[in-house]
Write a protein that binds this ligand. Structure first.
Ligand SMILES: CC(C)(COP(=O)(O)OP(=O)(O)OC[C@H]1O[C@@H](n2cnc3c(N)ncnc32)[C@H](O)[C@@H]1OP(=O)(O)O)[C@@H](O)C(=O)NCCC(=O)NCCS
Length: 221
């Protein structure tokens, strides 16, 4: 008999289980290398910020078996993460890196300058009380994003990933997004998953940290 799985917004009580799945399936990801304590801080920040969307797939026993993180308004979401949770995230990251010398080196080499500039802006914003807001031109498409879709390894292949992406698509439509975008590493099988769900390949990009990703888009209108 198939198990029933419900999809709902992630609550703070889901964070521990969500992080356990994240570390089980995406342990190679840069942020995951900072470990469970940092990842819990990251998830708690993500699920409470303006402009984000986050879903947990929960089974009949109430256990989290899948997770989706994304944003209906990525720019607002990033600003909210930095302003409201920037210090907690930096503290958790530095603490974790101090215990992991190789990770600390990778952090400095690939992201050091960018993160230091971010912290400087954060401190300047706090001291000056300045806030920057930007209103996009009305004719520019409203683009949301999916950043992570994760399913417990023992439950993969059972339609849970599709339920999570469907929830993100519905939410993005409700928020007036014109399309959703995502990136995925070229070596992950996830690209076949997104193609099976009707996402269109849209070339590749190299991130500011030098990593290559495939881009996908899903039109909502
Ligand atoms: C990718 C992932 C989220 C898919 O979740 P899932 O619950 O296993 O996927 P579903 O069962 O909902 O599959 C939906 C469709 O995608 C297809 N699909 C899923 N994974 C696939 C794969 N690796 N290769 C080819 N097709 C795949 C399924 O066949 C299904 O198609 P169908 O409905 O036409 O039969 C899950 O495998 C996972 O967590 N992987 C590790 C983490 C990851 O890579 N996340 C993405 C990057 S953030």
């Amino acid at each position: 008999m198939p198990l029933i799985v419900n999809v709902r917004p992630i609550s703070s009580g889901d964070v521990d289980q969500a992080v356990t799945i994240h570390l089980a399936v995406l342990d190679m990801e840069f942020l995951a290398r900072f470990g469970p304590s940092f990842m819990r801080t990251y998830y708690r920040a993500w699920v409470t910020t303006t402009g984000s969307m986050s879903f947990a797939a929960v089974d009949e026993a109430g256990d989290v078996v899948g997770v989706l993180l994304g944003a209906t308004d990525p720019a607002t979401h990033v600003r909210s993460m930095v302003r409201e949770h920037g210090f907690a995230l930096v503290r958790a990251m530095v603490f974790s890196a101090a215990l992991r010398p190789r990770l600390a080196k990778d952090l400095v080499v690939t992201r050091g300058g960018r993160y230091v500039r971010g912290v400087a802006r954060l401190v300047a914003g706090r001291l000056g009380g300045a806030t920057s807001t930007s209103t996009p031109p009305p004719d520019r498409p409203k683009v949301g994003e999916v950043t992570h879709v994760l399913v417990d390894p023992s439950r993969q292949g059972g339609g849970i990933g599709r339920l999570l992406v469907d929830a993100a698509i519905m939410t993005a439509r409700d928020h007036g997004n014109d399309e959703l975008v995502l990136v995925t590493p070229p070596d992950l099988a996830a690209r076949h998953f997104y193609e099976a769900l009707g996402w269109a390949a849209d070339g590749s990009i190299v991130s500011r940290s030098g990593e290559s990703f495939l881009r996908y888009r899903f039109a909502l209108r």
